[in-house]
Design a protein around this ligand. Structure first.
Ligand code: C2E
Ligand code: MG
Ligand code: MG
Ligand code: MG
Length: 277
């Protein structure tokens, strides 16, 4: 509001700030019990192969059903979970749940797509992370080739011996490693030289503004770079037919976004697969 200055304006902002602090405190306080109270669940969002039109992968996205605040987005609690290191146990829950879901889909006869899980740098910094992943896969009897891990460039920038060792171990057993939100940080080229990744995911900020020439140029360049390095390239955040057409023209391999489907509970997400066979 234009009249937002003066005393009332100040009180207005003051109360917004107070409610934000209150929200953050509630999250901090309740996050510790969310796992044992079974308040987490996963939604799945398909990645569609541009050439075949089929679902190539399902990305697991974490949600928190808070008893009073409703469904909370990972943007609000992952940073806190990382700060308090609870991300280690939450991340393990995500991996196990997503792998179980994938196994269930396989048992139902749906094959041909992998499951992809977002992994935090804090998880990769655990010396036994790769071992934990192996144990989960063994326990569920899931072939590692069905699993993809999405890591952000932050992981690469912070890459240290432990992270690299974990990545090598996982790669060796057949787990695929994808760089998520590609293009939002800037110093991952060095690590792309050192580690043989399986794919890149172009950040949605470039996709949503793809009509702006500079973004089109960036998308073009990332796809070219990816292909030169023999990596599959996915674009996230595809919302319109126009964006899709543009990405297809640039040679993008896989696409994901609201244009195809929002992240959905497993039984709704699988309908995309049923439709595309
Ligand atoms: P991300 O991995 O880059 O996931 C993409 C985000 O964009 C998701 O938000 C997804 O719901 C949203 N999205 C997908 N399609 C569209 C679209 O067409 N338009 C727009 N505007 N948005 C779209 P979400 O589910 O809120 O997750 C946010 C971030 O939280 C993820 O970004 C990921 O970095 C993190 N995250 C989610 N689940 C986990 C998890 O289990 N573990 C870890 N460590 N991080 C997670
Ligand atoms: Mg992701
Ligand atoms: Mg992403
Ligand atoms: Mg992103």
């Amino acid at each position: 509001k234009a009249k937002g200055k003066g005393k009332n304006g100040f009180q207005y902002f003051d109360s917004i700030m107070r409610s934000e602090v209150e929200f953050a405190n509630t999250i901090k306080r309740d996050l510790g019990l969310a796992l044992e109270k079974n308040q987490f669940f996963l939604c799945y969002q398909p990645l569609v192969d541009v050439r075949t039109g089929k679902v190539a992968s399902m990305e697991a996205l974490l949600r928190w059903q808070h008893p009073k605040k409703g469904i909370i987005s990972p943007f609000h609690f992952i940073p806190i979970a990382e700060e308090t290191r609870q991300i280690i146990s939450i991340g393990e829950w995500v991996l196990r749940t997503a792998c179980r879901q994938k196994k269930e889909w396989l048992n139902m006869g749906y094959s041909g797509f992998s499951v992809s899980v977002n992994v935090s740098v804090h998880q990769l910094q655990q010396p036994d992370f790769a071992k934990v992943v192996c144990e989960i896969l063994n326990e569920i009897e899931l072939d590692p080739r069905h699993l993809e891990l999405e890591i952000t460039e932050t992981v690469l920038i912070k890459a240290m011996d432990t992270v690299v060792r974990n990545l090598y171990h996982l790669k060796e057993i057949g787990v695929k490693i994808i760089i998520d939100d590609f293009g939002t940080e800037n110093s991952s080229f060095r690590y792309m030289q050192k580690f043989n990744f399986d794919g890149l995911k172009i950040d949605k900020s470039f996709v949503s503004e793809i009509k702006v020439d500079v973004n089109k140029a960036i998308v073009d360049a990332i796809i070219l770079l990816g292909h030169r390095m023999e990596l599959g390239v996915t674009a996230e955040g595809v919302e319109t037919k126009e964006q899709l057409d543009c990405l297809v023209k640039c040679g993008c391999d896989k696409v994901q976004g609201y244009y195809f489907s929002k992240p959905l509970p497993p039984d709704e997400a699988i309908r995309m697969v049923q439709k595309s066979v």
